[in-house]
Design a protein around this ligand. Structure first.
Ligand SMILES: Nc1ncnc2c1ncn2[C@@H]1O[C@H](COP(=O)(O)OP(=O)(O)OP(=O)(O)O)[C@@H](O)[C@H]1O
Ligand SMILES: [Mg+2]
Length: 395
């Protein structure tokens, strides 16, 4: 290539080719030179390159994943957000089949592309739909996807804009749970109120009759009646707790010493040969503004559940830690664990898997923690026990 200034002083880029001319049987004597002005052509390429760079920058600052596939279902575009959402690097996925990013239970995704290519129509092009994606770590997650296609000389490209809906779905679930709690709460308050007085009468008269009974068997039966009455009274009290609008009585309190109190109570009610408590209380945990009596109830509920889940005995570990704006309490047991499908229900009122459980312990705990502006949730792999995590804000 040569550069040459023209009459107006503009530099032009010339592309020159020189051909040797060989006349039959003679030595090379002549050369022919062809020059082509490629200035425009070069400029076009440069423009294209910078426009591609611009597009790339836009694609990579987008918070939604953008990915394209060709007719053969191979991934040909994968922006930065796609890398962080799916967990793969661009190098790992470019040229790979799209099925890599779709849970196998949804079958071979290629059939949809085939169908589209045959009929040129689809239910999903141009619409927003909800699907499930698959991350590199094997975890499935909810996505919102909108799809478009582009037909060009060298084939069809499908481009999807994908949003990770994990956080959105969690918030939605929480909202639903709060609404459900409110509705059930009203019904429960009514029932509790109706049961309270008859229960008092049953208990009171049973006691009176008991004083006159002599037959051993009758006395046993009466003891059973009184047992059940006490259980129902406990339930009614729990219902009251559950339906109460929580008015916290806040003061500055040291959660470590609240936990120490709770452990002392709990050690008193369970056999020391069977159950052990281990404390990992961080000395850095500062006092927080809270209602320690209500929180005591939360810790007792969670620890009781742990004890009940460890029918053969075991250890419950209780640890505290500071957070940037508050504290975290972790209560870990070695019990039966909670199946994944139950995890999202355990904080619902009346949800129980125990024969004599009321299913209120955790929903009351949830309300108390919520009233503090904190969070409570559970983690568990079945067979490996359960962990309950309680986060409380400092103020
Ligand atoms: N640590 C745990 N290990 C295994 N399962 C648990 C654990 N904690 C809670 N669960 C499950 O969650 C359910 C709800 O717990 P929750 O404390 O709300 O009610 P409950 O213990 O059944 O009854 P209540 O506490 O009102 O007497 C339990 O029935 C149990 O299935
Ligand atoms: Mg319980």
């Amino acid at each position: 290539t040569y550069y040459q200034k023209d009459a107006e002083g503009v530099t032009n880029e010339l592309f020159m080719i020189m051909y040797p001319l060989k006349l039959r049987g003679k030595k090379i004597k002549y050369f022919m030179e062809i020059a082509r002005d490629v200035t425009e052509y070069r400029k076009l390429i440069r423009d294209l390159q910078s426009s591609e760079k611009r597009l790339r920058a836009i694609l990579d600052t987008a918070t939604d994943a953008v990915l394209s596939i060709d007719e053969n279902h191979r991934i040909i575009l994968f922006n930065d957000a796609a890398q962080s959402i799916f967990g793969y690097s661009r190098e790992e996925v470019l040229g790979e089949d799209l099925n890599l990013l779709i849970p196998t239970k949804y079958g071979d995704h290629r059939q949809y592309v085939h169908r589209f290519l045959e009929r040129r129509e689809s239910d999903i092009v141009g619409k927003t739909i909800f699907l499930t994606g698959l991350r590199k770590n094997g975890k499935e997650f909810p996505i919102e996807l909108s799809l478009s296609f582009l037909e060009m000389a060298n084939g069809i490209t499908f481009t999807a804009i994908i949003r990770d809906m994990t956080v959105h779905q969690q918030l939605e679930r929480k909202l639903l749970q709060s609404e459900r709690l409110a509705a059930v709460g009203q019904a429960a308050a009514h029932v509790a109120h109706e049961i309270k007085n008859p229960l008092m009468i049953i208990g009171g008269f049973s006691n009176q009759i008991g004083q006159r009974l002599e037959d051993e068997k009758d006395l046993q039966k009466l003891e059973m009646i009184l047992d059940e009455v006490r259980r129902l009274e406990g339930l009614v009290a729990n219902l009251g707790d559950f339906t109460k609008e929580y008015r916290l009585v806040k003061r500055h309190a040291d959660i470590n010493s609240v936990l120490a109190d709770v452990l002392e109570i709990m050690s008193g009610v369970c056999s020391p040969e069977k159950y052990e408590f281990k404390k990992f209380l961080s000395s850095e945990v500062a006092e927080i503004n809270c209602d320690p009596d209500k929180l005591k109830q939360v810790f007792i509920n969670v620890i009781s559940n742990g004890l009940e889940a460890m029918t053969d005995g075991g250890t419950i570990s209780i640890s505290t830690e500071t957070l940037p704006d508050g504290i975290e309490v972790r209560i870990v047991d070695q019990g039966s664990g909670i199946p994944e499908e139950d995890l999202e229900h355990i904080f619902e009122p009346f949800y129980t898997t125990r024969e004599r459980g009321s299913g209120l312990g955790l929903s009351i705990s949830y309300k108390i923690v919520e009233a503090h502006g904190g969070e409570i949730w559970a983690d568990s792999s079945p067979g490996e026990g359960a962990s309950f995590i309680i986060q409380l804000p400092a103020g």
